[in-house]
Design a protein around this ligand. Structure first.
Ligand code: G3P
Length: 287
């Protein structure tokens, strides 16, 4: 059962509908799910096929992805299911849009994930005008989140998510949780049309800290949600203190949200590395 004091929506980060079912059983609720090419490549059926040496054609892998999200959508019909476009750093906005439109038609509750890079943002500006719901992924900075805000201005609350990847910032020695707090603080000055979706959660403390920070949504992998469920779904109170274990603080920056999205510095090496990693995992499944 959802704790009364829980304000944040809880998503599962994964590509296996069996996990969705288990987490639903364990928590008694689930508000949505995020998927990505790496998570789909880890799906047990995809692994089985891969291990037997039988790979997918490009059409088959998309059918496979569509089947997976369709199953998940049936399990969480009122939630949001994020589906990610295939993008290497050179993929153009029209290419991403074409995929995004198709993916959006797969299920009634899709959010399409585009990378928070120039072409991804370009695609998002058009997608939003066409009424697609969008989740801007691979976000690592406050400035990238400002660009997401600016590129999607006019969209309705609930239709746009930004996904800062905290675990990958931690991996580089920066305190990922700071970035969540900074983006939330910056967005307080805006109109609230972008929701913060804390992603790349690796441990229960990431989840707890995101709840305390007031993240709109947290997506967490199976093991983290399982551990949270087994602890009785704790929601941190005012006394909760997150131990960043010596990670470097990321300071708040004063950023004007009223500029055009092209005016923000959105480059980040982890965004590029993230696209490379997702596409490599996806490609590994294809003949
Ligand atoms: O939610 C995004 C996530 O799947 C990436 O997580 O652990 O690979 O950084 P991770």
């Amino acid at each position: 059962m959802r704790p009364e004091t829980l304000k944040t929506r809880i998503f599962l980060d994964g590509g296996n509908p069996d996990e969705t079912e288990q987490i639903l059983g364990l928590l008694g609720f689930l508000d949505g799910q995020t998927t990505n090419p790496t998570l789909i490549s880890k799906n047990p059926e995809a692994r089985k096929r891969f291990d037997s040496g039988e790979k997918f054609s490009k059409e088959e892998i998309l059918d496979f992805y569509r089947n997976v999200v369709t199953k998940i959508s049936t399990l969480i019909p009122k939630g949001s299911i994020s589906i990610e476009v295939y993008a290497v750093p050179t993929t153009t906005a029209p290419e991403m849009l074409k995929q995004g439109r198709e993916m959006f038609s797969w299920i009634p509750n899709a959010h399409v994930k585009f990378p928070t890079a120039t072409e991804g943002l370009k695609a998002a500006t058009v997608a939003v005008k066409e009424g697609l719901r969008v989740n801007m992924t691979l976000c690592f900075t406050q400035e990238q989140a400002a660009a997401v805000y600016a590129a999607t201005r006019g969209a309705k609350k609930g239709d746009i998510f930004v996904s800062p990847f905290i675990g990958r910032l931690d991996d580089k020695g920066e305190n990922g949780m700071d970035v969540i707090a900074r983006i939330i603080e910056m967005y307080r000055k805006g109109d609230g049309h972008v929701e913060v979706l804390t992603a790349s959660v690796r441990k229960i403390d990431h989840l707890l800290c995101a709840l305390k920070a007031g993240s709109d949504i947290v997506t967490a992998p199976f093991e983290v949600l399982k551990a949270w469920g087994e602890k009785g779904l704790p929601v941190p109170g005012p006394d909760y203190v997150y131990d960043s274990k010596g990670l470097k603080e990321v300071p708040y920056r004063e950023i004007d949200l009223s500029k055009d999205w092209q005016q923000y510095d959105i480059s980040h090496d982890l965004t590029v590395a993230g696209m490379e990693r997702f596409s490599k995992d996806w490609d590994s499944l294809i003949k």
